[in-house]
Design a protein around this ligand. Sequence first.
Ligand SMILES: Cc1cc2nc3c(=O)[nH]c(=O)nc-3n(C[C@H](O)[C@H](O)[C@H](O)COP(=O)(O)O)c2cc1C
Length: 369
Amino acid sequence: MTSPLFEPFTLRNLRLDNRVVVSPMQTYCAPDAIAGAWHRTHLARFALGGAGLVMVEATAVSPEGRSTNMDLGLWEEEHAQAFADLTKAVHECGARIGIQLQHAGRKASTAPPWQGFAPVPAPQGQAVIGPSDKPASSNAHVPRQMDADDMARLIDAYSASTRMAARAGFDLVEIHMAHGYLLHSFLSPLSNDRTDDYGGALENRMRFPLRVVEAVRTHWAPDKPLACRISSVDGVSVGWSIADSRILADRLRRIGVDLIDCSSGGMILPERDMLVPRGPGFQVDFAADLRGHTGLATIAVGQITDAAQANDIIASGRADLVAIGRQMLVNPNWALEAETTLSADHTYDHWPRQFGWWLGRRRHATDTR
Ligand SMILES: Cc1cc2nc3c(=O)[nH]c(=O)nc-3n(C[C@H](O)[C@H](O)[C@H](O)COP(=O)(O)O)c2cc1C
């Protein structure tokens, strides 16, 4: 009998072979913003390794939207062509592939993590922008408050990237609305100090992010699913709350979003306030909550490392998909191995035959290798 984790899942016209998603993870190795052989090899390994959906890391919709000067981008035809090679590789290796579209906002224009995220000049003389002039941290750029022209320009940028993502052969687009980046920084009262129609009340703080989502939905293929990754809460008891997320998720559903990827955090919190404490499956409750309240499909993510744990999340109806991040870096064959672990007779029948044929025979007397 197939384990719930390995049941297929369909959203619009996209059919995933199983419920295992490779979480978007930045690799900071695209100095010219273009996906190359490294990205193709890195992501195709997860496809060979049996994941149903492989997510490309946060990819900027405009040059000044890159979080670091080594992020991927999708604002020029050359970027789209490189991504077409990547989607082809992942498809040929058996998985579906999505891209996470991103603008880093006030967390943009830094050096990579191994250089301490030190601020670097924004490209092409542009300013670092945000909802307000409040920096993300004490050593971050002081952003310029976005005006109506910035908003219009960014909506065009998201729309153009979305069209390029469709041409490049992606199966799903995810809008990054989490982790303190631009769209989350509009949503959260901790980062949005505006006094106009885009700040203050929840409805106002949601206004620009919802405009972006509407534009992406319009330019994305109607038969392909759209996901949003959100920070379900900023912290345990401060800022953006799960009640806010329920309202947002309901609005996203009405715009035509199909899937909510339920993360948390990304803001520096006032002293004495706490992020959600880390531990196995520490964000699963958010996926269950939002699934229950809105009827939307959800992805659970965060310290999901074990086959039985992941299977239980799906079997108990707490989420529709599980995203695995760092454990995939440990073992790109995580999904294949999880299915072997969960199967009654620990078979290798579902592995690519080039591997499975040999592995299945290893424990038999016929094994002559
Ligand atoms: C190296 C690294 C890069 C990441 N990059 C992204 C990213 O591009 N977009 C995103 O939404 N989350 C990103 N994350 C967060 C992961 O997608 C995931 O939510 C987080 O690592 C928790 O899952 P895990 O415990 O399975 O690793 C990143 C995490 C890591 C470790």
